[in-house]
Write a protein that binds this ligand. Sequence first.
Ligand code: COA
Length: 568
Amino acid sequence: MRILFLSHAFNSLTQRLLVELQEQGHEVSVEFDINDEVALEAVELYRPALIVAPFLKRAIAEKIWANHVCLIVHPGIVGDQGPSALDWAILNRQLRWGVSVLQANARMDAGDIWACCEFNMRDTTKASLYRNEVTEAAVKALLLAVARFQSGDFTPVPLDHANPDVRGKPRPLMQQSDRAIDWSRDDTQTVMRKMRCADGFPGIRDTLFERDLFLYDARPENVLRGAPGEVVARCGGAICRATVDGAIWIGHLRDKRHQHPFKLPAAMLLADEVEALPEIAPHGESGYRDIWYEEAGEVGYVHFAFYNGAMSTQQCERLRNAYIEARRRNTRIIVLMGGPDYWSNGMHLNLIEAAHSAADESWRNINAIDDLALEIINTPSHLTIAALQGSAGAGGVFLARAADEVWAREAVILNPHYKDMGNLYGSEYWSYLLPRYADAERAARIMQTRLPMGTREAISLGLVNEAFGKNVADFVARVKRQAADMARVPVIASRLEYKHKRRHDDEAHKPLQQYRERELQRMRLNFYGFDPSYHVARYNFVYKVPKSRTPLTIARHRRTAERLQRAS
Ligand code: COA
């Protein structure tokens, strides 16, 4: 079936739904919801059997919904209405929540119900819920709705708030006043809940050192204490603020009036204000920890839970040191765990944007990732596994491929391409790694396609070795079982021997340094050359400049039109 997605952006949920529908044999084209005229034009060009809105911020035009079935994916249980569905669900401590698929009509979120799917809530941020539970429920509900639509004999159920089974209700847009933190009264749990219902967007608006700021990335602190509301310490990029019964770490802040009005590490944005505060190193239960190591038997696990999967120069350097430490241990396997929401999204574009010289910082950042990749590739002592609990994008995908094996949670989405970031050439030794695991044709397809892919396709292309686990907890449990089993098998010694020999032969054939130099030569042009595409694309990404048109890579319906236009 031909399905048109009308979406505010090509976000993680939209990408996952596209992958799932395509795997079911449907053809999907995407149009960004820019205005009614453009949406109408897309419908006329594509003539879809069905329209789906995975992520919309405004109503669909009547001209469209009156003539086509339009299914809206709403991140709320049946009866829930409004733009802050998840924010309210977290703030109000709902134990169960869900996703409903509704038919668009004249009233926002009040259309007939095609399907719904519920899940248990988890203590986490809105963004993490959205990427995990909400996305899983949305996949199930949408696939069911599409099957029902195709069957032709399903009548969607009208919304009836008088029905006692309908638990949801209309709720307004959540205001900052609804989630404002009262530092003199709110306990740590309440502060965490308020922070989480606003993370990744819009953040908690608050005053710190007389500055009007938005707060993100909260983690509880178990040891430090202070007067409620007082900032008592810093740890890496985070600051620690006391509550009435404890303290929390705040990892990131945004200052709308700052020359860099986007999310930045808290201690960096407040550098002058927190300079005199005690700097603590993560220790036991205390501190803001973004890299940690655990060991079980002969397996070492290196975790790196970087906010939004972005890896700054300094984070890459610290991770490289942690990796080298892990390699010194008397273990046989090292598992690179990433974080629960992302494995890695490559260079830290916000920090690059905020740097004195974006080109210099890009150069430092890519070299720091390369240095890390190099250590992973050159690990004769251990079998290495990249375990993708969460998604990976751009350089993050190729960094994962530096490990001997890549295991991914089934639902993970990979964006193994750099070109969307202003035609970046990319590094991380991809020109060595990719042909090793995919043949030349598949390697070219991966680099050129610029499309997200699910794990099934990633396995068929050689980017991933295995995919399993319905959720993060299942995935991690199986990674640990599987890694422990692998370490016990005597064959690991011959695998390591083979690995060592292959690396040795590869190096003799063409040294890694040559791959790196060639990649970086192209990256240097991206950073310092005459073509500013990368700098423009990065600015647009970091400042979240709305797209003025849908890229042809995903707007199938516009490809033919564009070709005809060019020909005339
Ligand atoms: N640097 C800084 N921030 C990043 C980032 C990066 N490399 N990658 C993602 N983010 C941030 C986004 O700005 C967004 O921030 P928010 O919390 O303020 O909304 C958040 O992470 C989530 O990203 P989003 O784009 O909404 O996630 P997605 O799942 O829809 O898309 C990607 C995933 C990987 C396709 C997309 O984030 C992307 O293109 N990232 C850039 C990758 C890149 O080009 N890296 C540099 C080259 S190595």
